[in-house]
Design a protein around this ligand. Structure first.
Ligand code: SF4
Length: 263
């Protein structure tokens, strides 16, 4: 019998509901949500993005085994500060790889400290959780890596449709979203590709009523290359240049022309 990647993941989730696997923590991040963020980088990701700058997060069991209480304790000393100036973000890797554990931890942090909680995800595994799972998250930062299904698959090794289904689900749920788009020269920076993405996000907003707080357009960079080398993996984008500031601004303007706030 063939066990699908989806079924395998579900078995993982249920086997590890009482504990999770944490890659690392950043206690003062300024880029992973509004204000200052306390970020949990969860281990595990089913994607294989060519430009991934955290390939060391891919394997679930390479992370540190932790409980909900452990993570609540980590936040405790910062909670007073975060209450007024930011919040907690679950990132990765892909935090929905450990949906049950992350949901329980977010719930415990929300209940105990009342903090703003954000989820940084590509959304692929959203079908594993019920609508109520999102109740403790104030902001979903949805990473849509390309709007063309073939290019998306080439870039990430996974299909696009689950992520689009998730975006439409978030619109239905009325969740506040930020859409993240990585500008990769030769991969996702052609004006028609950026315009296709901008049109899709405008459709989410204008036709489906999605609450799009802003677009985060992130220029590709080479900061993760040493991790690929350390892991002995072939980094295919080694010779790719970063977009120039002018190219990045031109892409941002494509979103701005559709009345989005862009950073
Ligand atoms: S989804 Fe994120 S963590 Fe996973 S491979 Fe892509 S960039 Fe890396």
């Amino acid at each position: 019998m063939t066990v699908s990647i989806h079924e395998t993941h579900l078995q993982e989730v249920h086997a590890h509901a009482t504990h999770g696997y944490l890659h690392s923590i950043e206690s003062g991040a300024a880029v992973d949500g509004p204000g200052m963020r306390f970020v949990f980088f969860m281990a595990g990701c089913l994607f294989r993005c060519l430009y991934c700058h955290n390939p060391d997060t891919w394997k679930l069991h390479n992370g540190q085994k932790v409980t909900v209480k452990d993570l609540v304790r980590e936040v405790h000393g910062y909670a007073g500060f975060l209450k007024n100036s930011g919040g907690v973000t679950f990132s990765g890797g892909e935090p929905m790889m450990q949906a049950e554990f992350v949901g329980k931890t977010a719930h415990a942090i929300k209940k105990r400290f009342g903090l703003h909680i954000a989820l940084d995800t590509q959304g692929y595994l959203h079908g594993n959780v019920p609508d109520e799972w999102f109740d403790d998250f104030d902001l979903i930062m949805l990473d849509i890596k390309h709007i063309n299904p073939d290019r998306y698959k080439a870039l990430t090794a996974q299909p696009l449709q689950p992520t689009l289904d998730f975006a439409e689900r978030l619109a239905r749920l009325g969740k506040t979203m930020r859409v993240r788009y990585v500008l990769v020269p030769g991969w996702s920076d052609a004006p028609d590709e950026v315009a296709g993405m901008a049109d899709y996000v405008a459709h989410l907003r204008d036709d489906l009523g999605a609450d799009i707080e802003m677009i985060e357009l992130l220029p590709f960079h080479q900061l993760g290359v040493s991790k690929w080398d350390q892991l002995g993996m072939t980094y295919q984008l080694r010779d790719l240049r970063a977009p120039t500031p002018a190219e990045t601004e031109a892409a941002r303007d494509i979103f701005r022309s559709r009345a989005f706030t862009v950073t």
